[in-house]
Design a protein around this ligand. Structure first.
Ligand SMILES: NC(=O)c1ccc[n+]([C@@H]2O[C@H](COP(=O)([O-])OP(=O)(O)OC[C@H]3O[C@@H](n4cnc5c(N)ncnc54)[C@H](O)[C@@H]3O)[C@@H](O)[C@H]2O)c1
Ligand SMILES: [Zn+2]
Length: 1295
């Protein structure tokens, strides 16, 4: 039970105005009424919060004001939730409403809500009557620790967020943690990003606290009452309180020291410079805190690239963000899913960053971290664009090095993975505290640490040592493991799974349970472990397979320990089994003898590594003197050395050493020497020395000096079996190794067959990529042969990118060759080095003086699918019987100048009997077969010049469906005549001449309609036509339609050539009302726009159904042949269609294409995947790439419109561009005309909304949106009619 936390007051700007507590509504209201008296309180909140908390606030207000006998009123204004309420529009609406309600300068504004409410309402307070008092009651975690504190208020504009606002300090900030009980989980995590951010740049202890409390926090926040959705925060109340206060104190301190953001306050913006840039692209799908999390990691990487921050600190930062469920990269799967894979071009990110308020003019400023809790300056620092670009870019351009031949460099590569995991386990099993240094932080490490924690095996604590390196302090429990209730998940970490299977046999039962489960991901669940399990079982362990025999998951019974004595193990599969038993053996009941049977054990170096490391932890393994491959392990407890330095990874060390070899410089690896535990440590002695390098190796260090430039010698033959991973490094050296003769001997590397099944087929990859440098190489059965160039100058500069196959070793090797290639070399996907050496590029740049540039390939302009005009190719017509195939089919034939053929008639003529007769004779099956034959017949006999109407049941035959689909795929047209089922039924009951359906009509209709839809690429909606004049109109619009779908229409080129053209919007929930008047309102209009988003939604839905939309188009076509522009306008673009209903939007747009509309509006803000689906099926419908600026803040001479235009044109799919801005002054129209004049790649519709913008509607000549006096309302403010435009144009001499 946690006691109610006492409210705590935190000072800011010299006043105790922040109050933090739990469950304070009563006291909040009382304090407001007493200390901030007013005749009017204006409460602003959003509808979410109003639903949950408004009534209790209201009640408290009424009760207390009555009790205190205070005459006052409480006005409430609620806005929709979400960032879109942080707009000029909302602000203006509130202001108007306040004025209407006679609010005065003494009114007090109460902002109850998240950052959106606080920022926006705060800005209202700042400007209403030149500023009124206001109170913040933050209700989200983010607003509690961040936005409510500091007095920054703002609204958004499309130029960026928060660009218009004011500093306006609230009178009070009441932080009531009880609000968090109703906060959605994602919002909580979102707020954690700011808390973590503050800890990172300011407070190491707080950071430790966060690292240590992840599990408790997440547990509390996911434990939600199923009914009320409320979480029980009692278990973390105190920690939460401490954490929130801690974060608030930092912010309050910084703000007090630097209210107007001169320097120190910059620090709060850590992670935001880059975070905001991602936010600009990802909003609204990705939340602020989530973008900040990505920004934090990128800015930490930037500090690392500048040589200020260590690899391990970057890893630690990434780790904690991930642990709290935050994304750390735009490539994060959740981010990709939520944004539908929206790209984040580096140029755009930099463009957004250019408007950051911290910047000093054109110079970008970013907070640079030097460690947890420390920054480079007490403010943001100036950073060169090139460095930011590098960090944001996926690829890298490698230039030469500025290093002089005399230079000497010391490099410590990241720790070895094998040694890291052994060290972790041994330190946990030991008594005492051990500081592990140079640990590799990888997934494997995380799984191992997590497992040890679950087994209560040790306490971990990250510390920073005197050199500023992160070290892990492990306090082991001496082998006292306790079986956890929770399953131990090991991902795909092979070492963890193997080691723990043996080591967990020493676990004891707890009072809760007496067994434990080891499990992994799906890949892990098929990796073998049976020889190890068998050996352990034979020695007393009780292990059960829970899924497939021979793999994880396993259940180990606690208290069933190893007995000791003799253990036999087949060690020909994996040395990890051997290491596992060796490390567990000291805790057996009696000394254990491990005998490896079945032949020579694989990877002896790893077994030796384990034995050496066990010795460092106080247990000496004795090799049997009498038996081969047999080890004796005494019982005992490991004792931890005070400090254990994890050796650097020897494979990684080959890269810096090879750099020295290539450039004639000197490089030292201070922690790998002749006594190294790793096979690859021999690389310097066995490969580099024979190639001509000078190598000095001590027991614990290696130094290499390269020969004079161009002096590397080839190796006639080198067996790299003991260090297979290093062959890639050797290969790039071999590429420039030459013996000085005219035909140099090649270097032959063997013993590396296993490298074909690593991240990629590395031998093949090296041969392929070396060729790009003009280096001749070939594959050997178990190796590679490379003929070196005689000088660097002979290397070819690759024209494209060097491909890296998502393989860190390929990338690092080629980065070396790139340095000596005479020209810039682009290496793709530079991030793949992160698997083993995240800071490799930073080392290359800082330590080796290599000049690097970030590079991003221009967005691949996907070849836009070409459609070919139909050229009189025969057209199929399908549909239900009674849908009108014959009548509409004849009209189609007419319009296309084709002959009409009814396949039923064709069949009857062919077989010389009627269909009922055929069915009677051969049954339905026989009839269907004949029908199919006819289909095949006509395709062969009548490929051109025919309109072919198929029988309604044809699609029942699968083969017929395939044939029709193939016809479409080959560029043919199949039109589905669709008619309402009710009309069909009516029709069929009159027609007795036809054979009756075998099953019920509705069932048949539903089944077949789906097939018709799947076997057609176009559709005609056959409306009910009763009057003959309708028939004539219908035929006319069918003609327009057929011209569109066959690619014969000249509409678009006609409109482009026309001096003036216009379209009219139908803005009705049902266009039927406009039909009686349609010819009048379409006079002088070239297109009719159907605003689909404004159509009546289906019952209980927010968008109209496909059926309704198709009916509406049928209806329009029945009444007029004016071609249709089909538009779905989303909310954020000023329409009514929900922004995130992507699938529904696609369905409707594909419907429009099937219905062959002349133009289709495609919003540029739609996800690329949506646009791609439309473009893929567009046929001959013209696509209008549209963008609207509804905030009215984009300037025609600003970067946004230009960048949008480039985006539209570069997509390669649009036929027209439509940009709608806003004019607040006449000069906006002038700027627009300049924009129009300088952007002529595509026909452009560009207008300004608003009264002042009307001029632009007159000056726009191509497809100007117009209204008509008969319409209920103009579709947009400022819209003019055709007549008005003509008149105005005449007046200004434009006509
Ligand atoms: N002024 C500053 O210094 C500053 C600092 C950081 C962020 N911000 C701004 O803050 C905004 C983001 O604020 P936010 O993250 O609080 O978002 P928000 O205000 O949009 O709230 C997030 C969501 O949670 C709901 N919600 C709020 N409190 C709730 C509760 N107690 N229970 C249930 N639902 C609740 C809201 O209705 C909304 O849907 C951004 O506009 C950002 O620019 C400002
Ligand atoms: Zn923020």
């Amino acid at each position: 039970m946690s006691v109610l936390v006492e409210p705590v007051r935190v000072p800011i700007l010299g006043k105790d105005t922040i109050v933090v507590g739990y469950g304070m509504i009563q006291s909040i209201v009382a304090e407001i009424l007493k200390d901030l008296p007013s005749s009017t309180y204006v409460l602003v909140t959003d509808t979410n919060i109003a639903k949950l908390h408004l009534s209790s606030f209201h009640k408290a207000f009424d009760d207390i004001s009555k009790k205190l006998n205070i005459e006052t009123r409480l006005l409430v204004y609620t806005v929709p939730p979400g960032e879109s309420s942080k707009s000029r529009g909302t602000k203006a609406a509130i202001e108007d409403w306040m004025l209407q309600n006679r609010c005065t300068r003494d009114s007090i504004l109460l902002a109850i809500g998240g950052g959106v409410i606080g920022d926006m309402a705060g800005y209202v307070a700042a400007t209403f009557m030149r500023g009124i008092k206001f109170v913040q009651v933050p209700t989200t975690l983010l607003s509690m620790v961040d936005s409510s504190i500091g007095g920054k208020t703002a609204i958004d504009t499309p130029h960026g967020k928060n660009l218009i606002g004011a500093f306006w300090q609230p009178e009070r900030i009441f932080v009531d943690l009880a609000f968090l009980e109703t906060l959605p989980e994602r919002e909580f995590i979102n707020g954690m990003a700011e808390i973590i951010k503050t800890a990172i740049f300011w407070d190491k202890n707080e950071f430790d606290r966060l690292e240590n409390n992840v599990d408790d926090f997440l547990a509390a926040f996911t434990n939600r009452d199923a009914e009320t959705g409320i979480v029980d925060l009692s278990s973390i109340k105190d920690t939460l309180h401490a954490l929130v206060i801690g974060s608030i104190r930092v912010k309050a301190f910084v703000v007090s020291a630097d209210e107007r953001e001169g320097g120190l306050r910059n620090l709060l913006n850590f992670g935001h410079s880059i975070g905001h840039a991602y936010e600009a692209i990802f909003t609204p799908q990705i939340l602020h805190g989530e973008c900040v999390a990505i920004g934090i990691v990128k800015e930490a990487e930037l500090a690392r690239y500048l040589g200020l921050l260590s690899d391990s600190t970057v890893a630690r930062i990434s780790k904690i963000l991930t642990a709290y469920g935050l994304p750390i990269s735009p490539a994060d799967a959740v981010v990709q899913k939520r944004t539908n894979g929206r790209p984040t071009p580096v140029d755009r990110l930099l463009e957004v960053m250019a408007v950051d308020k911290k910047n000093a003019g054109a110079k970008k400023k970013i907070v640079l971290l030097t460690g947890i809790g420390k920054t480079y300056e007490q403010k943001a620092s100036v950073v060169a664009d090139a460095d930011i670009r590098f960090v944001l870019s996926p690829d890298v351009v490698v230039n030469g090095t500025s290093q002089s031949p005399k230079s000497q460099v010391v490099v410590i590569p990241p720790g070895s993975k094998s040694i890291t995991n052994r060290a972790l386990l041994l330190a946990a099993l030991a008594t005492g505290t051990c500081e592990l240094q140079n640990l590799l932080r990888s997934d494997d490490t995380e799984h191992m640490m997590n497992a040890i924690s679950l087994l209560s095996g040790a306490q971990f604590k990250w510390l920073t040592n005197e050199n500023g390196d992160d070290v892990l302090s492990v306090t082991g429990h001496g082998g006292d493991l306790i079986a956890p209730t929770e399953e131990i998940f090991l991902g795909n970490s092979g070492t963890s799974a193997r080691f723990l299977t043996a080591v967990a046999t020493i676990a004891k039962a707890s009072d809760k349970n007496d067994s434990l489960v080891l499990t992994g991901n799906s890949r892990m669940k098929v990796r073998p472990i049976s020889s190890l399990v068998t050996a352990l079982r034979n020695n007393g362990a009780k292990i059960e397979y829970l899924e497939s025999v021979g793999s994880l998951p396993l259940r180990l019974t606690a208290d069933e320990h190893l007995k000791g004595g003799r253990v036999e193990l087949a060690a020909t599969v994996s040395s990890q089994y051997v290491s596992a038993i060796l490390m567990a053996a000291p805790y057996a009941e009696s000394p254990l003898t491990l005998s490896l049977v079945g032949g020579k054990p694989v990877s002896q170096p790893y077994i030796d590594m384990t034995i050496t490391m066990m010795a460092s932890f106080g247990i000496t393994v004795v090799k049997s003197k009498t038996e081969e491959h047999t080890y004796e392990i005494p019982t005992g407890v490991y004792t931890a050395p005070a400090k254990y330095v994890v050796e650097s990874d020897a494979s990684s060390a080959t890269y810096p050493l090879a750099f020295a070899a290539l450039t004639g410089t000197t490089c030292t690896i201070p922690n790998i020497g002749s006594k190294s535990l790793q096979g690859d440590a021999q690389f310097a002695v066995d490969v580099l020395a024979p190639m001509g390098c000078q190598v000095t190796q001590t027991e614990s260090s290696t130094t290499v000096t390269g020969p004079a430039i161009g002096g590397l010698k080839p190796l006639a033959s080198v067996d790299m079996e003991p260090m297979t991973d290093a062959f890639l490094t050797a290969s790039v050296l071999a590429a420039v190794a030459h013996d000085g003769s005219n035909s140099t001997i090649p270097t032959q590397i063997t013993g590396i067959a296993n490298q074909r099944v690593k991240e990629c087929n590395r031998i093949e990859a090296m041969v392929h990529e070396l060729a790009k440098f003009g280096v001749v190489a070939s594959e050997l059965e178990d190796g590679i042969k490379i003929t070196g160039k005689s000088s660097f100058a002979d290397l070819t500069v690759p024209t494209g990118e060097v491909h890296t196959y998502d393989d860190h070793r390929v990338a690092m090797s080629f980065s070396l060759l790139a340095v000596v290639t005479p020209g810039a070399v682009t290496i793709s996907d530079r991030k793949c080095v992160e698997k083993t050496w995240p800071g490799w590029w930073d080392v290359l740049a800082r330590k080796f003086g290599v000049s690097l540039e970030g590079y991003e390939a221009p967005a691949a302009v996907k070849a836009v699918k070409q459609f070919h005009p139909n050229n009189n190719k025969s057209v199929f017509v399908i549909g239900m019987r009674g849908a009108g195939k014959t009548s509409v089919g004849r009209w189609i034939a007419d319009a296309l100048g084709q002959s009409f053929h009814d396949l039923d008639t064709y069949l009857e003529e062919k077989l010389e009997s009627t269909i009922p007769e055929i069915i009677k004779k051969d049954g339905w099956e026989g009839f269907r077969q004949e029908e199919l034959n006819v289909l095949k017949d006509v395709i062969k006999k009548h490929p051109v010049g025919y309109t072919l109407a198929c029988g309604g049941g044809l699609v029942e035959t699968p083969e017929a469906r395939t044939i029709l689909q193939k016809y479409i795929a080959d560029g043919g047209i199949v039109i589905h005549i669709h008619r309402d089922i009710k009309l069909i039924m009516e029709y069929l009951t009159y027609d007795k001449t036809r054979p009756s359906y075998v099953d019920d009509m509705l069932g048949v209709w539903q089944r077949r309609e789906a097939w018709f839809a799947g076997c057609s690429n176009y559709m005609v909606y056959n409306s009910d036509i009763s009057k003959p004049e309708d028939t004539a109109k219908m035929q006319k619009s069918l003609r327009t339609y057929l011209q569109t779908i066959t690619g014969l229409s000249s509409l678009h080129s006609d409109l482009v050539a026309k001096p003036r053209s216009a379209f009219l919007s139908l803005t009705y929930p049902d266009v039927a009302v406009a039909m009686p008047d349609i010819s009048a309102i379409t006079a002088g209009v070239d297109l009719l726009e159907l605003r689909v988003d404004l159509l009546r939604p289906a019952p209980n839905a927010s968008v109209p159904s496909v059926e309704f939309v198709q009916e509406q188009i049928g209806l329009i076509r029945k009444h007029t042949d004016v071609p249709i522009l089909f538009t779905i306008r989303t909310v954020s673009q000023g329409g009514k269609f929900p922004d995130d209903y992507h699938e529904r939007a696609v369905d409707l747009m594909l419907l429009a294409l099937k219905l062959g509309v002349a133009y289709l509006d495609v919003e540029l803000t739609l996800p690329a995947s949506v646009i791609a689906q439309v473009v893929e099926r567009r046929g001959f419908t013209k696509l209008i790439a549209s963008n609207h600026d509804f905030s009215g803040t984009w300037k025609w001479d600003g970067p946004q419109w230009a960048s949008k235009y480039a985006e539209a044109v570069s997509g390669g799919w649009c036929d027209v561009i439509k940009f709608v801005g806003f004019a607040s002054s006449r000069s906006d129209n002038v700027a627009l005309e300049q924009f129009r004049a300088s952007h002529a790649a595509k026909p452009l519709i560009a207008i300004n909304m608003g009264k002042v913008g009307q001029l632009s509607r007159v000056l726009n000549t191509f497809l100007t949106p117009v209204t008509h006096p008969h319409l209920p309302a103009a579709a947009a403010p400022g819209q003019l009619s055709v007549g008005e435009i003509a008149e105005a144009a005449k007046l200004i001499g434009e006509l």
